[in-house]
Design a protein around this ligand. Structure first.
Ligand SMILES: N[C@@H](CCC(=O)N[C@@H](CS)C(=O)NCC(=O)O)C(=O)O
Length: 212
């Protein structure tokens, strides 16, 4: 039976999961998941049907075969890693898995989430009021993590963790797409991240998922 992924294009957290699902399809075969649009621009995340799936009124949501729901993007990805271990994205040893998970968290918490908040503070697709103070604080905070990623990529690796794609790539691209969608120029001073961004967007999985 097929699971359902409730999502909306361009939004970072659904995009992270969709990129992960698309990468899995490219690497070992499609996961049994169909996507269902919840149009957040129309407020559909607050509809009674969606609130019954997720009381936090957000996407993504994964509906399992038994009709129950997972409502956190990383929880969804970890479930899919466990449920379909063949050709999973996480590496094998505890140390390598820890590093892959850690890098994903660094990217999410220190880059992708601030990028998303920046877009909402400057040009919110959901119509949130502009917040120049928050935008300035985010601009001031981003260089530490951006510099960290820039230095990692300086050895010529293909992807963030190394030559293989990892969860961190899906998460970083979800933030970068949202920045493009919101016309936020946040990669300007980071040539290695810009080059990664172009490489990642050329991947078959990215071509299938990214709309911006
Ligand atoms: N921690 C949650 C966050 C989910 C989230 O904030 N989703 C956004 C889209 S990226 C959303 O649904 N926003 C709609 C709203 O805030 O009304 C996750 O990672 O899944």
């Amino acid at each position: 039976m097929t699971m359902k992924l409730y999502m909306v294009p361009a939004a970072p957290n659904p995009t992270k999961v969709m990129l992960y699902v698309a990468e899995r399809a490219e690497s070992g075969g499609a996961l049994p998941i169909e996507t269902v649009l919840v149009n957040t621009l129309k407020g559909e995340q607050r509809s009674p049907e969606h609130l019954a799936r997720n009381p936090f009124a957000s996407v993504p949501v994964l509906e399992l075969e038994d009709g129950s729901h997972l409502v956190e993007s990383l929880g969804i990805i970890m479930y899919l890693e466990d449920k379909f271990p063949e050709n999973a994205l996480l590496p094998n040893t505890p140390e390598d898995r820890a590093r892959a998970r850690e890098l994903e968290r660094i990217v999410e918490l220190r880059v992708a989430l601030p990028m998303s908040r920046y877009v909402h503070a400057t040009n919110s697709p959901l119509g949130l009021p502009k917040d120049p103070k928050a935008a300035a604080e985010i601009e001031a905070s981003l260089p530490t993590a951006m510099g960290f990623l820039e230095a990692m990529l300086a050895d010529g690796r293909e992807n963030l963790l190394g030559d293989e794609v990892s969860l961190a790539d899906c998460t970083l691209q979800s933030g970068c797409q949202f920045a493009r969608f919101g016309k936020a120029e946040l990669l300007g001073e980071y040539p290695a991240i810009q080059a990664w961004d172009e490489r990642y967007r050329a991947r078959p999985a990215a071509q299938k998922v990214l709309k911006f």
